[in-house]
Design a protein around this ligand. Structure first.
Ligand code: PEP
Ligand code: MN
Length: 339
C-alpha cells in the first residue's frame, strides 16, 4: 500500500501507478478525504525494489502482506498440512499426537522403562535428548551418540518413532541416522544456519518457539526449514518469558488459535517446559487440547527425583497411563483421536 501525501497531485499519483505497473502487480487507486492510497496487489518484493519512497508525493509504503511466506496459510496450501511419521498422522485436525519421554536419555534402562510405559499408554512418539542445551556449561549435556543408539533400541522394541534435538550442525549426520523427527530447541529457533541444515536432513522438523520470540518470528524461522524443500514442520509452543516468575515460562495458549489462523502447519504444545512443575502439566495439557493443538510433547521419568535434567516437571511414568487417558478424552471432545 502506497500512501500519498495530502499535497500529492494527480500527475504524482499517476507516476506511482505507472511505476507499479511495470512490475505486473494489480494497481488500485483509492482516493480518500485527505490523502490517496494506492494498493499494489501481487509480488511484494518487486514493489519493495521500486524505491517508491523517493518519488514526489509519496508519504510512505506500508507492507500489508505477512513477512512469512511458506508457512502462511494465505499462500499455496489453504488446507492444514498433515504428514505421516512412522504411521502416525500429525496435523490435519483428526488426530492428536502425544509425544512423551524423558527430557534426557540417561541410560538404556531408564529410557526403555519410560518408553515401555508411554507406549503401553498409547503415546504416539518417544522423545529423549541426546545432545542437551543447558543453561550452565557445567550441567549434564547428554550422552551424545550412545543416547541415539539407546533411542533406536527403544524404537525397535516399542515401535515408537523417535524425536530428538539437533543442537549443533556438527551432529547433523548422527541425528539424521537415528531420528524420525528432528527437534530444534527454543534456544536455537533463530539459529538460521542450523534451521537450514535441519531442513536438508529429509526428516520432519519439530520447531520450538524461542523463549522471547514473537509468533511472526516463529513463522519466519519455519520458512527457513520450508525453503529447503522440507514441508514437514511441526511448530511447538513451549512457554515464553514474561514478568511472571511463578511458572517457569508463561504458556501462551492464545498462540495456538492464532497460529491456526495464520499458518497451515501443525501446532503442538509443550506443557512441561512451560510449567516447570508436573502438577500443572495435566491442566495445561487439557487446555492445549481445548484450544485446538494438534498434540503435546511431555516429559516423563521413572524416578523424577533422581532425573539428571528437568525432574520437577517430569510426569511419573507410573502416572502416565491416567494422564494419557485424560488427554485422549479431551482430544475426543474436540473431535480428535490419539494418533
Ligand atoms: C527439551 O525439549 O528438552 C528442551 C530443551 O526444550 P526447549 O528447547 O523448549 O527448552
Ligand atoms: Mn527438558
Amino acid at each position: 500500500m502506497i500512501v500519498m501525501t495530502p499535497q500529492a497531485g494527480e500527475s504524482e499519483i499517476q507516476a506511482v501507478v505507472a511505476r507499479l505497473e511495470t512490475t505486473g502487480v494489480h494497481v488500485v487507486v483509492m482516493p480518500g478525504e485527505l490523502t490517496t492510497a494506492i494498493g499494489a496487489i501481487g509480488d511484494p518484493e518487486g514493489v519493495a525494489d521500486l524505491g517508491l519512497e523517493g518519488l514526489p508525493g509519496v508519504d510512505r509504503v506500508v507492507p500489508i502482506s505477512r513477512p512469512y511466506k511458506l508457512a502462511s496459510s494465505e499462500l499455496s496450501h489453504h488446507e492444514p498440512s498433515s504428514f505421516d511419521i512412522g504411521g502416525r498422522t500429525v496435523g490435519g485436525g483428526a488426530t492428536f499426537c502425544l509425544i512423551a519421554g524423558p527430557c534426557t536419555v540417561e541410560s538404556a534402562d531408564q529410557t526403555l522403562a519410560v518408553a515401555r510405559a508411554v507406549a503401553a499408554a498409547g503415546a504416539s512418539m518417544l522423545r529423549g535428548g541426546a545432545f542437551k542445551p543447558r543453561t550452565s556449561p557445567f550441567a549434564f549435556k547428554g550422552l551424545g551418540v550412545p543416547a541415539l543408539e539407546i533411542l533406536a533400541q527403544a524404537r525397535e522394541e516399542t515401535g515408537l518413532p523417535i524425536v530428538t534435538e539437533l543442537l549443533d550442525a556438527q551432529h547433523a549426520d548422527a541425528i539424521a541416522q537415528y531420528a524420525d523427527v528432528v527437534q530444534i530447541g527454543a534456544r536455537n529457533m533463530q539459529n538460521y544456519a542450523l534451521l537450514e541444515v535441519a531442513g536438508r536432513l529429509g526428516k520432519p522438523v519439530l520447531l520450538k518457539r524461542g523463549l522471547s520470540s514473537s509468533l511472526d518470528e516463529l513463522l519466519q524461522a519455519a520458512d527457513y526449514v520450508l525453503k529447503e524443500g522440507n514441508e514437514a514442520v511441526i511448530l511447538c509452543e513451549r512457554g515464553i518469558r514474561t514478568f511472571e516468575t511463578a511458572t517457569r515460562f508463561t504458556l501462551d495458549l492464545g498462540a495456538i488459535p492464532w497460529l491456526k489462523l495464520h499458518t497451515h502447519l501443525p501446532v503442538i504444545v509443550d506443557p512441561s517446559h512451560a510449567a516447570g512443575d508436573r502438577r500443572l502439566v495435566g491442566p495445561l495439557s487439557r487446555a492445549a487440547a481445548a484450544v485446538g493443538a494438534d498434540g503435546l510433547i511431555v516429559e516423563v521419568h521413572e524416578d523424577p527425583e533422581h532425573a539428571l535434567c528437568d525432574g520437577p516437571q517430569a510426569l511419573q511414568a507410573s502416572h502416565f497411563a491416567a494422564f494419557a487417558a485424560e488427554v485422549a478424552a479431551h482430544a475426543r471432545l474436540v473431535g480428535m483421536q490419539l494418533a
